[in-house]
Design a protein around this ligand. Structure first.
Ligand code: SF4
Length: 343
């Protein structure tokens, strides 16, 4: 693999071989002054993923620049692994995958190689479109919400979907994002963590600041006055011992969890109900917030889903301007920045 391609697509196996052929190993990368440029660039990859959702371009004029660029990728992955935060891992994976998508749009010649590496079965049809089996298409498009990605709206012939290259690149982006998320965290030895301490701490500080800004409460405590009418009504019913349907309980717990309430705080609100059953509520809340599964919690439903489930109670004037109950809180509290992040 040529050095330019290795630097542009550092996740490829050929890029790893390129780095090894140039006598670069992880020990040297982490410790030696001669690899400082790669470490700086690795840190920059992670920081720009957090703050801008992207990995920016750097000049790759010299062979040395390209080697540093290739090495910055494993260093960035090691930082992300050491921080080991699901939000960070997802942001980082998305930024690396978006970067690949951008690069491929001006580098069609590399698409086949990238697709093979990511195990996305595909071929070029006589019309110059990319064809892929519908099962592969579904595997990498299922997370796309826009109607144009529905199988029924594709050019489907004999079990194969025919796509223009831009759309195919978007599916490759999903494949790479999924791949990176599944590979992280890496097992980083303690002696490397020690050497990387400053960069890890830097990322932890920026990450915590970003999370605080994105939080619907802006990092402040939850103010019950800012809750939307639906959540206020459901909460009042729960506290009065009304037996809530699953959809209402789910909406309430996911909402409170998204505002940053802990399991203990949520169960404390339910405990005000006269027929509170801790063992039953405990399991449900832990499952919904992700605590029981050791994972991220579920996302609260949008207004449209709330309406479909018959739990959009007493919408007011502000409700007419929003699509998600979390936006209500953000607007009421004046913390409207990046509201789409959590809505
Ligand atoms: S419009 Fe949305 S926020 Fe308002 S009450 Fe209905 S579901 Fe809740």
């Amino acid at each position: 693999m040529d050095s330019h391609q290795a630097a542009r697509y550092p996740f490829l196996k050929g890029s790893v071989s390129y780095a090894e052929e140039n006598s670069a190993d992880i020990e040297s990368l982490v410790r030696l002054p001669s690899y400082e440029k790669a470490r700086k660039r690795g840190l920059e990859r992670v920081l720009s993923a957090i703050s801008q959702h992207l990995v920016s371009d750097v000049p790759l004029l010299q062979e040395y620049d390209r080697l540093m660029e290739v090495l910055s990728y494993p260093y960035a992955r090691m930082i992300v692994s050491c921080v080991n935060d699901r939000f960070l891992t997802k942001r980082y994976a998305l930024a690396e995958a978006s970067r690949m998508n951008d690069l491929l749009s001006n580098d069609r010649g590399s698409e086949t190689m990238v697709a093979e590496e990511l195990e996305v079965g595909s071929a070029i049809d006589p019309e110059g479109l990319v064809s892929m089996h519908f099962s592969d298409y579904l595997r990498f498009s299922h997370m796309m919400k826009a109607v144009e990605w529905k199988l029924i709206n594709t050019d489907l012939r004999g079990g194969f979907v025919h796509l223009d290259p831009d759309k195919f690149d978007r599916l490759l982006q999903n494949a790479l994002q999924e791949r990176i998320e599944s590979e992280l965290p890496l097992n980083v030895p303690d002696q490397f963590r020690k050497a990387m301490r400053n960069d890890i701490d830097h990322v932890i500080v920026v990450l915590s600041d970003t999370k605080m800004k994105l939080s619907p409460t802006g990092g402040k405590g939850v103010n019950m006055d800012y809750l939307p009418p639906c959540i206020k009504a459901i909460l009042a019913s729960a506290q009065n011992g009304v037996n809530l349907p699953h959809s209402a309980r789910f909406a309430l717990v996911t909402y409170l969890n998204a505002l940053g309430l802990t399991y203990e705080e949520i169960i404390g609100l339910f405990a005000q109900s006269p027929d509170f059953d801790e063992s039953k509520s405990s399991y449900q809340i832990k499952h919904i917030t992700g605590e029981e599964r050791g994972r991220e919690g579920y996302t609260p439903p949008e207004c449209a889903t709330m309406r479909t489930n018959g739990i959009c109670f007493d919408p007011d004037g502000l409700c007419a301007k929003i699509n998600h109950p979390l936006s209500y809180y953000k607007i009421k509290s004046g913390n409207t920045q990046k509201k789409e992040e959590n809505a």
